[in-house]
Design a protein around this ligand. Structure first.
Ligand code: CS2
Ligand code: MG
Length: 410
């Protein structure tokens, strides 16, 4: 099974996606997601200019060898651009191998370890009423676990909270932080206001929805370790499933301090891209859930190894799944979720109808559980004619400033 061609498809059906399409000499098509939100063209160029020329003629079955070749021959290691590009090749090759075998990919990863993949949805609101409506809406959709993000008095625009309300009866999942335009949007931040407000939100949610419902929250890298420790402690009475990205993760050691102070479970790593970024976090059991995505962390091959390492320390998966992971990246995550023993939970934000015009998926969401489906390979097809109707548009993630003008983590 030789690689005959590889192409990079950049398309923007509602938001930007970068997809690698690998075709074998007998006409099988393998897809990989290489979308890096706000920096899409850097990965497209890495693939187009530096990887595609190396793929032609290679044996598509040699996935591990291709991974090691791309990782080691680049000399410059790690980083989101490199690891997203390698991931796209890796996932495309797994898609091809599974198609050649006539099996859904999860079968090649050891088969199903469960019947369904528990997914959490995103609820949010600018006030309690809007938040409760959003939670009810997600419960009606079938979600069995819910992430809660709300506005905070004293902060004008906040991560995770759309600035316009959902249409009555409409989708509540359309929060997309990367805005199209020439410059990133500026948002504001006030840690003390946030720390005062968030525990009151969870108190209200528990009072309304009871003790059973698993609740999650994303701190989105904004607190120092001691502030994160304080929030984790304050949230203990509300029994969170996890507190995510409570502090920036460049310093793995920082999580020691948070861990010493709170039993709120911690999830981290959507911006991490190799197993090396997790040596202390997992080795010392400083976190409970690994948030990396298949798309940004070197593909199925590397994520499998990362999750196997995590399993030795009773750390579980919590694979990143916002809409900036394409349906191809989402499908790859679902096959892995179904197969690994130490599955924790899967993030799920349904893609927009425009995105669905370009990517046709066989995964399904029923009664709160996702399943990758039974089609050979990943189970995703790319409609290139539809993709061509949506040319790339520059888009940036926002950034934060404190009220005195200092740039802060977003
Ligand atoms: C996030 C993302 O899904 C999450 O938990 O933190 O929404 C993140 O902000 C985006 O993936 C950035 O591209
Ligand atoms: Mg997050």
């Amino acid at each position: 099974m030789r690689i005959a061609s590889a192409d990079v498809v950049v398309t923007s059906p509602g938001r930007n996606f970068v997809t690698l399409k690998v075709v074998t000499d007998d006409g099988l098509v393998g897809l990989g997601d290489a979308t890096l939100n706000g920096r899409e063209l850097a990965v497209a160029s890495y693939l187009q200019d530096h990887i595609v020329p190396l793929l032609k003629g290679r044996d598509a079955h040699r996935i591990e060898d291709t991974w090691q070749f791309l990782y080691r021959s680049a000399y410059w290691r790690r980083g989101p651009v490199t690891m997203s590009a390698i991931a796209a090749v890796d996932v495309a090759l797994w898609d091809l191998k599974a198609k050649a075998a006539g099996m859904p990919l999860y079968q090649l990863l050891g088969g199903a370890s469960r019947t369904g993949i528990t997914a959490y949805g995103h609820a949010s609101g600018r006030d309690t009423d809007e938040l409760f409506d959003s939670i009810r809406h997600h419960l009606e959709l079938g979600f069995r676990a819910i992430r809660v993000q709300t506005a905070v008095p004293g902060i004008t625009t906040l991560y995770g909270v759309p600035t316009t309300p959902a249409n009555p009866g409409g989708r509540h999942d359309d929060y997309e932080p990367a805005a199209r335009g020439a410059l990133p949007a500026e948002e504001d931040w006030d840690t003390r206001a946030y720390l005062r407000h968030i525990p009151t939100v969870f108190e209200a949610v528990r009072a309304e929805f009871g003790p059973e419902l698993p609740l999650l929250h994303d701190g989105h890298h904004r607190m120092t370790p001691i502030q994160a420790a304080r929030l984790g402690k304050a949230l203990e009475p509300y029994d969170l499933f996890w507190l995510e990205d409570c502090t920036p993760v460049e310093s793995q050691e920082a999580l020691r301090l948070v861990r010493q102070h709170t039993t709120t479970p911690l999830a981290i790593g959507e911006v991490l891209n190799t197993v090396w970024d997790y040596q202390t976090l997992i080795g010392e059991q400083l976190i409970d859930y690994v948030r990396s995505s298949v798309t940004h962390a070197g593909g199925i091959t590397a994520m499998r190894k990362l999750l196997d390492f995590a399993a030795q320390h009773q750390v579980k998966s919590g694979i990143h799944g916002p809409t900036d992971i394409s349906p191809v990246g989402m499908a790859a995550a679902l096959h892995l979720d179904l197969a690994v023993h130490n599955f924790g939970i899967q993030e799920y934000m349904p893609h927009s109808p425009l995105t669905d015009e370009v990517f046709h998926t066989s995964y399904r969401f029923t009664d709160g559980y996702l399943h990758p489906g039974e089609k050979p390979g990943l189970g995703v097809d790319l409609d290139e004619t539809a993709a061509a109707r949506f040319p790339y548009q520059a888009a940036y993630l926002p950034f934060n400033r404190l009220h005195d003008g200092t740039v802060h983590d977003w």
